[in-house]
Design a protein around this ligand. Sequence first.
Ligand code: UDP
Length: 324
Amino acid sequence: MKILVIGGAGYIGSHVCLELMDAGHEVTVFDNLSSGKHENIFSGELFVKGDIMDEGALDSAMSKGFDGVVHLAAFKAAGESMLLPEKYARNNISGSINILNAMAKNKINKMVFSSSAAVYGEPEYLPVDEKHPVKPENFYGYTKLAIENLLEWYGKLKGIRYAALRYFNAAGYDINGRVKGLESNPANLLPVIMEAAAGLRAELSIFGNDYPTKDGTGIRDYVHVNDLAAAHVKAMEHLGRAEGSFVVNLGSEEGLSVMEMLESARRITGRDIAAKIDGRRPGDPARLIASSGLAASILGWKAIHSSPDSLIRSSWAVYRHLLK
Ligand code: UDP
């Protein structure tokens, strides 16, 4: 298939592009490189530097003709979204409307959309399946839900079929070491631990050790970015051969605490990673674990690279080059 990957130079997008090309698809990346990296544009891809706020640029890119769009272009810092909702509304929601309008105009009728477990908010039960009520606790999660709702309407009114993939905690780097462009100023747990291990930051702040969990720290479902990438390919191929649209969780179905991640990282890197206990981060649930049964039944997908060892080893393989 001929696929336009919007946000294809970013952390998850770059892995998705590799997986699409490995499966024999033709990839064009559309990215403004605001957080995506030039070194994540691989040979074999076409690249269009453009912004999703620029309707003309989207229209001109899509006029080349595509079988489908993978849409991963978004701001994703939950904390920042509460302080700067205008920035998130404009880029994430208006940008997605621009993409959908350009797709409708250019008769591209398939989208794989990068959604998030943030649409669920504080879990009412675990593991969280797709029937769980959606009540985002932060504006970032709200933008993802708003886009899912838009997709439903564009599905009905414009015939755009979609797969909305609700990621749990994406982590790790390409197990074959092909992705070199690291995220700038990461705020997520594993890259922060890696930066502390490499000496790029003094320490990890553990956000709360008084949660009702076995060691008091927050539990999350970490899913390897190669596993996420594989799901995008399966989702696009499914849209290519079957009718309908679908929304699925993508998680490993395993919970890992902040402390367990830190201890494993100390063991694997052999580095004495400094950490201090800090206060809870507002809006953080104690535990978040996915049920991914629907992705298994619709797509035949399961996380296979998402053990803590695989997450940390593949990350350290890139971060250790930055060792101070
Ligand atoms: N976390 C932490 N210190 C950090 C970053 C994250 O203790 O510097 C914790 C956070 O409170 C949560 C888990 O690590 O329990 C995962 O957080 P992350 O920001 O990676 O993802 P989120 O679950 O918020 O999407």
